[in-house]
Structures are given as C-alpha cells and as structure tokens.
Design a protein around this ligand. Sequence first.
Ligand code: FAD
Ligand code: NAP
Length: 898
Amino acid sequence: MPDTMVAARASEKTGSAGTQAVDVAVVGAGFAGLYLLHRLRKAGFTTVALEEADDVGGTWYWNRYPGARCDIQTIDYSYTFDPELDRAWKWSEKYATQPEILRYLGFVADRYDVRRDIRFGTRVTAANWDQGAERWLLTTDHGAAVSCRYYIMATGCLSSPKPPEIDGVKDFKGEVYFTGRWPHNEVKLAGKRVAVIGTGSSGIQSIPLIAEQAAELTVFQRTPNFALPAHNGPAPADRVALLEGDSATYREQARWSLAGVPLPQQTEVSWQLSDAERRERFEKAWAAGDLVYMLTQLWADQGVDVDGNALLADLLREKIRSLVKDPATAEALSPHDHPFGSKRPCLDTNYYATYNRPNVTLVNLRQEPIKSITASGIRTDKRAIDVDAIVFATGFDAMTGAIMAIHPITGRDGKSLSDVWAHGPQTYLGLAVSGFPNLFMITGPGSPSVLSNMAVSIEQHVDWVVDRLVAMREAGFTTIEATEAAQDGWARHMADCATLTLHRLANTWYTGANVPGKPQGVMPYTGGVGPYRSICNEVVGKGMLGFRLKGPGVAEQCNDGEVVRLQPDVRLVLNMLEEMKLPAIESLGAQGARDFVTEFNAGRPAGRPVGEVVDGTLPGADGPLPYRLYRPATPGPHPVVVYFHGGGWVLGDEQSDDPFCRDMCRRSGMIFVSVGYRHAPEHRFPAAAEDGLAATRWIAAHAAELGGRPGPVLVAGWSAGGNIAAVTCQLARDRGGPEIAGQLLLCPVTDCAVERPSYTDNATGYFLTRALMYWFKDLYCSPADRSDPRASPLHGKLSGLPPALVVTCEFDPLRDEGVAYAEALTAAGVPVQHIEARGHFHASFTMVDVVITGVGGRMQMADALRRYAGLPPERKQGDEGLRPGRTASPHEINAAAE
Ligand code: FAD
Ligand code: NAP
C-alpha cells in the first residue's frame, strides 16, 4: 500500500469564527474516531471529528520512532466490523510496523470516505454543556466552535505524552526527541552519542534500532521491565488458517475472550503441573513470541496469585540471564519489583542481546538517579554523560491525560470534570460520567481498554454508543446521563475486579503512578473483555439500567441501580452453572444427589499441597466414623481444628471440602480434621449433632497422638457443618467438655424453624436454593424437632460459648439466620467477629481456586482461628488488599513494590 494513501488529504478547515452545528461531535481520528464516523454517518447523524494531528491514525500518526510496531498480532489488531475489509487488506507481518498500520488506517479512512467529516489540525480546548439548549459547545484552537447534542471523546488512552519531570531539559543544546511525538522527517542518529531515557515498550522497541545507528548508546533505566521476543515474521499459519477458515467465529471468540484475542481460558493452576511441565509450557510460549499467550496460557493462577506468578517471573529472569553476557547488566535488567503482567510487559526484537554490543551502556537509575540534564548531556549523582541526542521514551499521562487536557469540561449545574475526578476517574462502565449528560468516552477509564486488544474494545464501545443513540432517537429521548448510584456501583465492581489481579502490586501507568501527583488506583477494568461486553449488554437488556433518559414529550426513563452486585468471579461461576443446566439436586433422591455431588467434585481442581494428609476412623456417637486429617508442612505440634463439611446433613463426606480444608490448613498453620459424620435420611436428627460432639471429644483427647497440640481444640464448619460446629460448642459447654477455644461458622444453618427474608431474596439463582434447603431439612428433622437447639442452635442458650467468627454471604438463603446468630451471640456476651461478605454466595469460600475473591475472607478466618489458638497472625506477601471490601492504597502499592 503506497504511503500516498495516507498523505494528508484533510477536509477543509472551517475558517470562520461561526459555530458548526452537528448531531454528534467526535474528538480524535484514530482507530476509534474513524470507526465512529463511519457508524454515525451510516446511522444518519450529522457529525464532525476534530483532530489535532494533520491526518488520521492517532497513536500510529504520532508514534513514528524506530521500531514502533503493535504488540498484539496484527490479524487480531484490526477492525472486524466489515468482513469485506478483512479480505481487502493483507498484513505483511505478524506484528506490523507503524508505517503499515498507519497505511491501514488511511486505507480505512478512504474506503469509508470519512476524511470529509474530519477537521484536522484542530484541537478541542474546552467543552461546555448548555443546559437550556441541551447541547455541548466545544471550543477549538482553530476555526469554528462546534455545537453538538452528543460529544464523544475518542481522544485515546495513550495520546498525551508525559513531561519528563527532569530538571534542565531546556538547557540541553543537542537534539531532543519524544517517542510519542517523533518527527515526520528522517531522524539521523548515525555516528552520534545518544541517550534513551525509559525502558517501557517504546524504549524497548527503539533501543535495538537506535543502537545499530548510534556511535554510542546510553540507556537510562529506572525500572526494568519484562520483555518477550516477538519472533516477528509472517503471521502464524495456524492463526491465519483459523481466521480465513471461519472468520465470523474467530472474531466472535475474540469479542468474548478475556483479552480480545481468541485464546481459550487456561484452567490448570501452577501446582497441578510438575516443574518439567511448567518449563515445557513456558518454552513453548517463549518460542511463540506472543504477549497475550504468555500472559494467559501458562497456568490459571499466574495473573492472580503471587506464588503462581513468581514461578513464571523466575523463568523469565532466567532467560534474561541467558541472553545478556554481563551478569551485572543482566541483573540490572531483571525485574524484581513487580509481578509479571502487573506492568505492561513488552515485546522485543533483540532487546536483551543489544546490551552485548560494545557501543551500548546501561545506567541503572536506581543506583545513580538522574540529577539533571545539562547543556551537554545527563548528570547522575555519580557522573556526567555527554551526548548529542536525548530520546525520551518516558511514556504517557495514560487514560485520563487527553480527557483532562480539554479543560474545562463543564457538565450539568456547572460541574467541572477535573473537580469530579480530583481523586481519580469516576465513570459508569468507562463510557459515561454522572453529571455530564450526552458525553461518552471510547475506552475510557473503567473499561477494559488498555488491558485488551484495543481494536476489539474500541469496536465494542463504538457499537454500543451508536446503537444507544439510534435507540434514543427512535424513542424520542434527547438526553442520557449515568446515575450516581450506578456509577458508585461500578466503582465498587471495579475495585472488586482489581482485587482479583496483581495489578494492585505495581507502580504503573495503569494505576497513575507514573505521573507525579496523579491520583492512584487501577484505572482500566480488569474483569475481561467478554464479561465486560456481557455487562454492557445487560445494562441495555435491563432498560438502560443506571441511566436517566429524557426527551421532549416522552416520559423520563430511569431504571436506577447497580449492574453487578456479585463479586466478579462469583458472577462467572453462577453464569457457568446456569449454562450447565444442572438438574435440581432435590429431584435426584438422596443417593442420586450424593453420586451427582461426588462426580461434580471430581471435576474440580485438586487442592493445594499440605504437609500431610492422613485418613483414619474415630468413634462417633453410634459407631466408627471416617476422618481425614490435614497437617501443615511447618514443624508441629499444631493446634487442632475439628471440621464439619457442608451438604445439608445429607450430602458430602470427610473428603468433600478437601480444597477448603487444605487452604485453611496452609493459611492457619493448623491441623484440620474433617469428620465424616452420619447423614440423613438414613440417620436423622440428632445423629449428626451427636456425632459432632463425640468426634470433637475423641479428637481433643487424642490431639497429641494425631501430632497436634494438646489442650483446647477449635471447631469449624460450613453450612450444615456450621450448624454442627455451633451445636457442638453448646453441647460441649453443657455436657462437660471438651474445651473449645473458638468456633468458625461459615454460612451456618442456625434456625430450622423460622424462615427469614434471605430465603425469599435469594430463593433461586445462587446455587443453594430455598427448595433444596427445604428438602435437606425435611430429610434431617421433623417439624417437631426443628426448635430443638441441637437442630437450631439459635434457639439454645448462648452465653458461655467460645468466641466465634460468623461468616454470612449476601446472596445466600442462609444469610439472615447467620446474621441473627452473630447478633444473638454478641447479645449473650460471646466475643463475635462477623464477616458480611458482600457480593458472595453460599459456596464462595469453599470453591477455593475458582472464587479468588474468597481469599480475603479465608485470610480473616485463618487469622481468627490463630487468634483463638493464641498464635500470632501470619502474612503472605501480596495478600494485603485482598480483604473483603478493600482496595490497596497508593501507599500499599509502593510498599508492595519495594
Ligand atoms: P488514539 O489512536 O490515541 O487517537 C486519539 C486521537 O485523538 C489522537 O490522534 C489525538 O491527536 C486526538 N486528540 C486527543 N485529544 C484531542 C483534542 N483535545 N483535540 C483534538 N484531537 C485530540 N493497543 C493494542 O491493542 N495493541 C497494540 O499493539 C498497541 N500498540 C501500541 C503502540 C504504541 C506505540 C502506543 C502508544 C499504543 C499502542 N496501543 C496498542 C494502544 C493504542 O493507543 C490503541 O490500540 C489505539 O490505537 C487507540 O486508538 P484511539 O483512536 O482510541 O486513540
Ligand atoms: P511506559 O511504559 O510508561 O515507559 C516509560 C519509561 O520511562 C519507564 O521505564 C519509566 O520508568 C521511564 N520514565 C518515566 N519518567 C522517567 C523519569 N523522569 N526518569 C527516568 N525514567 C523515567 O511508556 P511507553 O514505553 O511509551 O509505553 C506505554 C504503553 O504504550 C505501553 O505500556 C503499551 O501499552 C503501549 N505501547 C505499546 C507498544 C507496542 O509494543 N505495541 C510500544 C510502545 C507503547 P518507571 O517504570 O520507573 O516509571
């Protein structure tokens, strides 16, 4: 494709000082702006795009530095809205260069004839919502202002270069370049002494090529970054075959994937693989030269668990050592301060090998920070390095920079966006802001944007916005605004999602940490492209949930509320269970239900290793009972926890809560003995309760033989097991022991006699149903027995019981009886800690490796057990911030990064 195709063919700039009136004004003519113009025009809206640059391309117009390429394979980093376009354009390489991508965008602009609606060389300087006219007025630095009903910011997430924040830049007498504003004329670095400051993607792409030209290259590195070889060349044949074989399916898979690239979701976790298997997977990924593959396909816990991530980071550092000859330089290039993937990793061509060249020197700014730039070069606190040219590869004021650069943006009631965002961006879906009617952002903060293949995310946003404008026009609405409740709910959901990933553990431009003084917090949506798409669709399906729509002559519409109240992984699990169309357990009969649960459990990930797992039998109230003991790997003797599994007194056994017992054994550093108590209907009430006491007595009496610490034991249980644990505490108090130091009651049944509102609120749709609970109760105890404290501990005497941690989940039929028990225990003078787990369901904490957001709760459970046993709290790096409802503060991000 000839370069002339993108030669500036700018539409005529409006010279007059008048106002240009359109239905929709778009700011920006990159990937997003171009597609917007095409869709808006097709939908019949009058429109104009205002673009500061002199041509289309956005990112690919500005970033012309040597080596600039995409880091998502180009067949994926393309528009997908028109299959004809797919066929009309053939990429020459797996990762196309900047000139080729720019030619592509020029080709698209011409093919859909959008240039005539673009005013190039025009920067939007301010935007003001005129409440009376219900229109935005955009002020520009050139030509007419624009009056529009809808204002769409397609201003880019990485379009506002960050100032270098180094003293003396103006004093430098040599050449100065910014990768993000690279000159259009040829830059000649041959034979010169060149400095590159910055080792993010831009630095890492440009350094090898600059090294080939320059007489001397000095790289100033503040933070080393992980980089993978691109192994560029033709697009991989297997991927091309998939695309060309069935492009519709290929593109659709990308749209519903996590990162916008059609790769499956990895389910195996690191500890399910041997060292050799992990290495084999890693070598395959290294050879593939694919960032998204390395980020998503090795093992499922690499992006969410510090230990799973460290295994991968170690392998990557090993590669760096093998590629860089000088060990000290290799060490300086090896990242240790952030988990792999928490900072955008880079894709390189010969980056590490470049440091083996005699003309390349690495300056580690952690050891010798830059003091200033002088007339002749760069001075660190150890030396002065004279250079002829400085390349700033120092990055961008990402995600919010270009939006905030339009100042002021004044919305309803004179609200200024910079005030509203003073403590960080607040949005609904990353698309809209409460108080700013008819304003949309494409890939704004709060959407997957930069954590995804942007081409896919841009198309999704453009389609969503334009479809909404069409629907509004048809319904007679003229204004749309996000509600505060919806926006606040989205902030909570964003924080919940961010808690899941390791992004919170790194100082990056994702969190705003790269710009001094910028408010910090994870800005992109970390929940994934597919889940995000389904949420946006759900908003529409629920009558534009969280938006207020108004128009002349039509009734106002506002279905207010939060679109996601569940924890993100709980939402995924429940959706998955719904898709599986499982039979109602109560319809299977007791044995059928047991077989079903056994089969279901067989398919779950194996629990984490512990020191030892031992099976045995102990005497129950009426005969032997099986038990399974989990011993920590740490030296003993350990305190002993007697554990009762869930399953409505009907299902499950001493093995069925295996992942939970393993996790709690590891976290608490205590022995867990899971008891196989008798089940209904064969053994109805009070068999399970009596077994609970008998088992606890035997375990307490034999603690030392079991390798445990003699003395008081602890009890714990989930669901019906929580009921047995609570009852055991009451019986032990009343019948002469054993001594119990504390009780952990996880979603316990505490009252079989009274039905509380959570039975109705959460009757169906959250795994444990009201109907199933009725079935369990009927099989276990007759109505006459239901007030007996051995069935309903809430009806028993509560004073004098051991301290308790009660955990209740918001979306659980058992929620309210758990709350009632916590309150009643407190009223009776028992020390109680109550965790009300927001957004969780009955199985959140026992689905150990599926519901990652349950980690925080389990940490608190382990803390409580240790406290009851008189042990100090235990901390694992990276766990902080996982506590329910918490988002890591900037201080914690810094501390974790240290
Ligand atoms: P941009 O392309 O940034 O376009 C925004 C436009 O808005 C710019 O042209 C800007 O001049 C204009 N603008 C902003 N403010 C104003 C204003 N006030 N007035 C007038 N005009 C204004 N993403 C990927 O998914 N894969 C990749 O491989 C990839 N590689 C990248 C490589 C580099 C070097 C960089 C910097 C980013 C890369 N990205 C990549 C992210 C990239 O930004 C997006 O993929 C995509 O190009 C963004 O398109 P956009 O239209 O949203 O924004
Ligand atoms: P970046 O990732 O933010 O990297 C900037 C670099 O400059 C960092 O190493 C940073 O160090 C350093 N730096 C910033 N200010 C400094 C200062 N005052 N003194 C010393 N060092 C300083 O920016 P980027 O490389 O331009 O990349 C930004 C994003 O754009 C990428 O993450 C990626 O999403 C996209 N991109 C993609 C590609 C691609 O391969 N397709 C290429 C370029 C960019 P610290 O880390 O210590 O802050």
